[in-house]
Design a protein around this ligand. Structure first.
Ligand code: IMP
Ligand code: MG
Length: 191
């Protein structure tokens, strides 16, 4: 099965713009955006630029991949700044099982921010294990595996300027399976 474009650059820009409006409307004293590495890197960079009415501070947190069977996870990169008393929005690329968001929410809540909410570009509720409270939500997905705009397999596809739907089993067997289709002349019309 070839990959298909789900969100082209214009569609992404429209969602980012809307989410930026929602966040600045709710944070009149400014906001700390905490991007979850590395998947949310592209999204949070665009989201920060979409917020034009209030100051944005950017920070990042990175954790090891959640192993759903063990539940064990560790922080690989921590925030630079103290967020106590601050208005914080945690920014994710995609919320799937909800385990990552739940873990990070607990970690940040323990640092006593004034407010804490979550923003995700993509939401796939069909695979949820723990509930997710998503104050800001881009697009709801069916049970489809996505790549691009930060999302990856083995660190491939993150720099695509669109989100594509692929076959999870195809890239598990061959991570580069969609490279020829999604990069280069074939993909130029999507940019
Ligand atoms: P959760 O803890 O299951 O909600 O996992 C979310 C993390 O898994 C995301 O932040 C992504 O980094 C990764 N992930 C989940 N679904 C996909 C996908 O369809 N494509 C690529 N990465 C994904
Ligand atoms: Mg992520």
């Amino acid at each position: 099965m070839p990959a298909e474009i789900l969100l082209d650059p214009d569609a992404l820009a429209a969602h980012v713009h809307r989410l930026g409006r929602e966040i600045e409307r709710d944070h009149r004293d400014g906001v700390v955006l905490v991007g979850v590495l590395k998947g949310a890197l592209l999204f949070v960079a665009d989201l920060a630029r979409a917020i034009t009415e209030v100051p944005v501070e950017l920070d990042f947190i990175g954790i090891s991949r959640f192993a759903p069977d063990s539940g064990r996870v560790k922080i690989l990169h921590d925030l630079d700044r103290d967020v106590s008393g601050r208005d914080v929005v945690l920014v994710e690329d995609i919320v799937d099982t909800g385990l990552t968001l739940a873990y990070l929410t607990a970690q940040l809540q323990a640092r006593a921010p004034r407010t804490l909410s979550a923003c995700t570009l993509l939401d796939r509720p069909s695979r949820r294990i723990v509930p997710a409270d998503l104050r800001y939500r881009g697009v709801e997905l069916a049970d489809e595996f996505v790549l691009g705009y930060g999302l990856h397999t083995r660190d491939l596809y993150r720099n695509l300027p669109f989100v594509a739907v692929g076959d999870r089993e195809v890239v598990t067997a061959e991570p580069g399976a969609y490279v020829a289709q999604l990069y280069g002349a074939n993909a130029r019309e999507n940019r």
